[in-house]
Design a protein around this ligand. Sequence first.
Ligand code: DGJ
Length: 731
Amino acid sequence: MAVQISENGRLFTLHTRNSSYQMYADPFGTLLHLYYGKRTDGENLSDLILRTDMGFAGNPPQAGSDRTYSLDYLPQELPSSGVGDYRDDCVRIRHSDGSCAAQFLFDSFQVTEGSYSIPGMPALYDTAKEAGQTLTITLREACSDVRVQLLYGVFEQSDIITRALKVVNAGKTPIVLEKALSMSMDILFGDYDMIFFAGRHAMERTLCRLPVKRAGVHIGSVRGTSSHHYNPSLVLCSPQADEDAGDCYGFCLAYSGDFTASAQQDQRGTTRVQAGIHPDRFSFRLEPGESFPTPQAILSYSSCGLSALSQNYHRILREHMCRGPWKHERRPVLINNWEATYFDFDKDKLLSIASQAAKLGIEMLVLDDGWFGKRNDDNSGLGDWFVNTEKLGGALGALSEEIHCMGMKFGLWFEPEMISEDSDLYRAHPDWALTIPGREPNRGRNQLVLDMANPEVRSYLLERMTDILSHAQIDYVKWDMNRSICDAYSSYLGPERTGEVCHRYVLGVYDLMECFLSRFPGVLLEGCSGGGGRFDAAMLYYSPQIWCSDNTDAVNRLSIQYGTSFFYPVSAVGAHVSACPNHQTGRSVPFRTRGDVAMAGSFGYELDLNQVSEEEKEQVKEQIEAFRHFYSLTHEGDYYRLTEPGKGDFMAWEFVDENREHAMLTIVQTESFGNPIPIHTDVKGLDPAKKYRCLMNGAVRSGASWMGAGLTPNRILKQYESLVIEFAREP
Ligand code: DGJ
């Protein structure tokens, strides 16, 4: 029973295989958070809270003269503002009289089979293998007709609990939502570290770990996208937790726009953790009868360290967020022309890359930026989604046909959400760009952002994309987005709804992606925002793979892909072999290593194959063979991080298949010294009772022995050399 209800419908315990989550509607009507952690038997844990009269901790009217009952310290599921909880609130409502206060009291609950969906936004869905259960708890505001429905989804087998909420204006006057996070949770006891993933363009998702303490750790994005700078995900873990041991809580927001995520200890040592839409630049007017749903937050708990926590996320996102035929179908090995040609290409150049690629076994050519409008650099043309037949020496249909005749698929780049001032679209519709009347806009990559909240804009884009895809054989689309959003003013929404622009923008993007995919369901979509600037769980609903970073340097990729792996499955990580010296860092890394690093992702190439040596061409063939051989491990198996960036002289990671019959371990030497000493790595995830042969040295040992003793590579690796080691089950 995933949702256990007791005590006359006031005690709610959500159970997954290895965790339990408990809430209690106390006699005053406050929905308390009692517990999230190792699985329990569901007994009422409210005696964990010792009520005391704390100075300067006020008491709500329901408590009468009882000074020990205070919202200022009680652990709650929905903290609000203006009624005596001085910590961060979750929902903030401005009533029509200007007051800003809300106290939410328990009203009712409902349990339903199946998981819940959220209108217009991605959410985890049911599959034949596992369906969720949903608990909806309705709270009513003490002094107005505002209701909040708290939604809890339980994926019992997957150890996942989801949260979202819906604010309903059931009154007769409008209200303004000034803040509506997806979740807030108070963990009563314990010190925690917060792990989060920070970065910048071309250096995304570097792991940061800070003690939470009283000052707290707050991250977020006000860039209109989930951003390169902070990922919308965090781990709270005990200070001792590592890959294999310790309490860890994951919080992953399925949202692609402005977000906030934080954890902070209060005066009693309770840790409040929150995630949701960033309240800056946000307000949402709800007329009588209207409601506002938040994005979904995906929670998981592991009592045995970070690897198990990550694996929970990998499985759930792979199985219950990614959709469409490419969810399980092997993704084509692609070659993208961006780093090979940038804007400087013509038909002959593209065909020469494609024909080399076809000979080596590459399965798809992706034509990147520059094929449309007047677009020979990044200063013009965005929005003019008409094929530049002059540059392509004819129609796109003809080019795509020639590529298909070579036995390859064909993919195409778009950046639908953008507009160049130097474009016919802008000349015709300047009001379609997000700009503030009377203020010259900020430009990013010399481009402006289209108002995705405007349905006319979306239908123009859908019509253009449909036209292009209907006149050429296009198997894949790379959906790019290359700037942060400011000047967030929509002439379509007008001055009253400025606070809604950023959220409605995201809803508009989701809507366009959904419409596009329903017209072209077989197309493989690869998400992109200047690399990994919109690498979030929600995007996986549309694009099962996302270009992980504009940085293709294999050594930098070690830490970018390491950080990405905490929440996102390897199947989602777009990773390519590119030329050396690397265009972003100037570093040279062996071709083999570039392949081995990119193989921990959805694999491809991004270089001019006409400039590649014969020896490297042979390696391309071998890499593709290896990618196919290891595909079910990398794309469906369990992933283990064996090292941390910056600690030690090498990086290593491992994949083990579901049945624990087959494993692959990759090592990249990151440092080297004179008179080198051998390295040694852990081996993880094998079945202790099974025997495995290590194909590197032929040694046969039990899983217990491999995992106990680890592995010493049979040769010294030079700096940036790599080694792939395979383990096969021995009968
Ligand atoms: C940014 C992307 O991340 C690159 O891969 C490339 O598509 C360029 N945009 C094209 O402008």
